[in-house]
Design a protein around this ligand. Structure first.
Ligand SMILES: Nc1ncnc2c1ncn2[C@@H]1O[C@H](COP(=O)(O)OP(=O)(O)OP(=O)(O)O)[C@@H](O)[C@H]1O
Ligand SMILES: [Mg+2]
Length: 242
């Protein structure tokens, strides 16, 4: 019990509570103080989670409750449970979620992003084309360096939907620089409907595309999503049976 209180005070950075309780060996008071500090710690954790999730800018809040995963191929030794332990994030490794439309890539990226927030990590979610637009805007306003410094403070950058909208040359270069900044410093989750061989059609330049893919895949877990679109399946289920 006293050990728990010491640990709680350490977590909450309370320097004198343990001594006070030790000088007043009243068992009930010790328990009461511990309950109070547990409430404070849990409240702080909830507030921090709320702030991190809000800052991350997820378009929808998704969790792994009811998440089906029999259509996903993981790299050897990997699984959804392993990914949820977040070791890849501690190691600054990337996750590349590749596959067909509507198969749950954005859902998984979001749910992992929320779990990262739950563990106290700073996360930012962008649709890739939106990030490119922001980068171009910051470049035009002369505030790009400041914005890139802000991105460098993240622990996880989620780039959703690489592949649906091709980028201009300047957009590709700006995005390349962000990914180069992240290399071995921060984790990136990318979702894409295109295989790497087709990425030149998005980024234009062959050399830039291969340098970008090289950086992303160097320390990465590549997951392959197959099967039919969940959106389509859900729409079909809504059609009345004859
Ligand atoms: N494995 C799953 N289990 C349960 N629901 C899922 C699963 N995958 C996706 N869904 C639901 O299906 C819908 C489409 O999923 P999502 O947007 O993640 O697909 P996507 O692979 O990102 O598609 P796109 O390539 O079009 O962006 C969402 O409403 C999502 O919550
Ligand atoms: Mg998606």
């Amino acid at each position: 019990m006293r050990a728990d209180l010491t640990e709680l005070c350490r977590q909450l950075r309370l320097a004198h509570v343990v001594d006070y309780v030790a000088q007043h060996p009243d068992k009930e008071m010790g328990q009461w103080v511990e309950q109070l500090l547990l409430a404070e710690r849990d409240g702080r954790r909830r507030a921090k989670l709320g702030k991190l999730v809000q800052q991350a800018g997820f378009p929808h809040l998704k969790t792994f409750d009811g998440y089906v995963e029999n259509h996903i191929t993981y790299p050897e030794g990997s699984s959804l449970d392993r990914l949820r332990e977040m070791e890849w994030l501690e190691q600054r490794e990337n996750l590349l979620l590749m596959g067909a439309v509507g198969t749950g890539k954005t859902h998984m990226a979001t749910a992992l992003g929320i779990e990262a927030c739950r563990q106290g990590h700073a996360v930012q979610f962008y649709r890739a084309s939106d990030l490119v637009a922001v980068l171009q805007e910051k470049f035009a306003a002369g505030t790009l360096s400041r914005f890139r410094e802000k991105l460098k403070k993240l622990e996880l950058l989620i780039l959703d939907e690489v592949g649906y909208v091709p980028f201009s040359q300047s957009g590709s270069e700006l995005l390349f620089n962000v990914i180069a900044d992240c290399y071995e410093q921060q984790s990136v989750i990318v979702t894409s409907n295109l295989e790497f061989g087709q990425w030149t059609s998005i980024f234009g330049d062959t050399k830039l595309t291969s340098a970008l893919v090289d950086r992303l895949v160097h320390h990465a877990h590549i997951l392959s999503f197959t099967g039919d679109s969940f959106r389509l399946k859900q729409a079909m289920e809504r059609i009345p049976q004859i």
